[in-house]
Design a protein around this ligand. Sequence first.
Ligand code: UDP
Length: 409
Amino acid sequence: MRIAMVSEHASPLAALGEVDAGGQNLHVAELSAALVRQGHDVTVYTRRDDPRQAPRLRTPAGYDVVHVPAGPARNVGKDELLPHMGEFARYLQRCLRRQRPDAVHSHFWMSGLVAVLACRELGIPVLHTYHALGVVKRRHQGAADTSPRQRPAVEAMIGRSAAAIVATCTDEMFELVRMGVSRRRIAIVPCGVDIGQFHPNGPRAPASGHAHRVVGVGRLVPRKGFADLIAALPGVPGAELVIVGGPEPARLGQDAEARRLAELAAWAGVADRVRLAGQVQRRRMPALLRSADLVACVPWYEPFGIVALEAMACGVPVVASAVGGLIDTVVDGRTGVHVPPRRPAALSAALRELLADPGGRAELGLAGRDRAVSRYSWDRIAFDVQRVYERCVVGGQPSDVLPAVGSAR
Ligand code: UDP
C-alpha cells in the first residue's frame, strides 16, 4: 500500500524532549519505519520549520519526509500554527493529486483538519490518530490551556469525517464515544517500543553514590508530574531522582519549568537528590533507563505514555499514575504499580515500598519485558495498523473494534 502520514508539527526527524517534540514524533517515525519493513511505501508530510531542510528526503529507514512550506520556516509553537493550516492543506492536496496514496493517516488535530480538507474531493480515506484530545487537556489545564478555541469542534468534525479513528488506548476510546464518535469506526492500536534498542541487557549509565535511582522522563511541562515526584522525594530517603527532558543541558537554565522544578527541589530540601539532566539523545536512553531502580511516569493525564513501555522493555519496573494509556500498558502489581495522579503522599509510599523490595522489583521488571515483547513491538503495532488501513481502503469501514491490544491483560 502507499500511505501518506500527516504530522504537521511533529517531524519524525526531530530531537525529542523539547516542549513540542515527544511521543508523537517518535510514533510517526517508528510506525512509518515498521510499515516500510512490511513492504509499504510511506511518505510523511510535516511542516518546514528550518530553511535548511530539503523539500523532500529519503530517511535511512526507507520512508520519505516532505517538508511542507506553511508559515515561517522556523520553530513555531504548535498552538500558533492553526492560521497556516490552509496553506498546508493546499500544498498537501497538490502532492496527493500527483502521487495518490491508498490512505492518509493524520496525527494530532491540525493534521486531521488538513487531511480531511485535502482528501475530501480526492476520495482518499483518512485515518486519524489524535495523540491528545482538546477536551481532556481543557479539563486538566483549564485556563492554562493555550490551544486554539476551535480545537474541540475541529476534533469532533474529524471524528465524524474520518474513515477510521486509530485510538491509542481504551481510555481515549471512552472519551471519543463521549464526543459522539461512532464506536464502530474506532480501532484501538497502541504505540509500540523498539524492543531491540530498549532491552534489559546492555550498558548502564554510571551510578552516582545514592542508594537508589528513580528516573522520570518527558517534556518539561507541568502535566508530566515532575513536581509531584519532587514533592514525594522527602519521604523516600536515600533515593536520587533524575529528571530527563527539556532543552539540552547547556540551555536548561533558560527553561522556566526547569527553574521552577529546581526551586521546588530546594524548597522541599531535596536539591542534593534531584538532578535535572536535560535532553538525552535517543541512543543514550536505554542505558539511562537500565540504570534506574524504578522509572516513575506520574503525569496528571497521559494520552499514551511511551516512556513506561520503554522502561518495561528494559526490564525496569514502573510506578505510573492510573491515567490514560498507562492504565493499559502498566499492569498494576505485575509490571509496575499504579498510583493516583497528583498525590505526592501516595507516590511517596509506593516508591518507598518498592525500593525496599528488590525481589519484587526484579519480578515486575521481568514481567514488564515479557509484556513489551509480546504485545508492543513496532512490527506487531504496524501489522495491526495495516489491518485498519486495509478495511478502509477496500471501501468499507472497520466492521468492528479491533482487538484492544493494549488493554488485554
Ligand atoms: N525522550 C527522549 N529524550 C528526552 C526526553 C524524551 O528521547 O530527553 C523520548 C522518550 O524516551 C519517549 C518520548 O520522548 O520516547 C516521549 O514520549 P511520551 O509518550 O512519554 O510523552 P509525550 O512527549 O508524547 O507527551
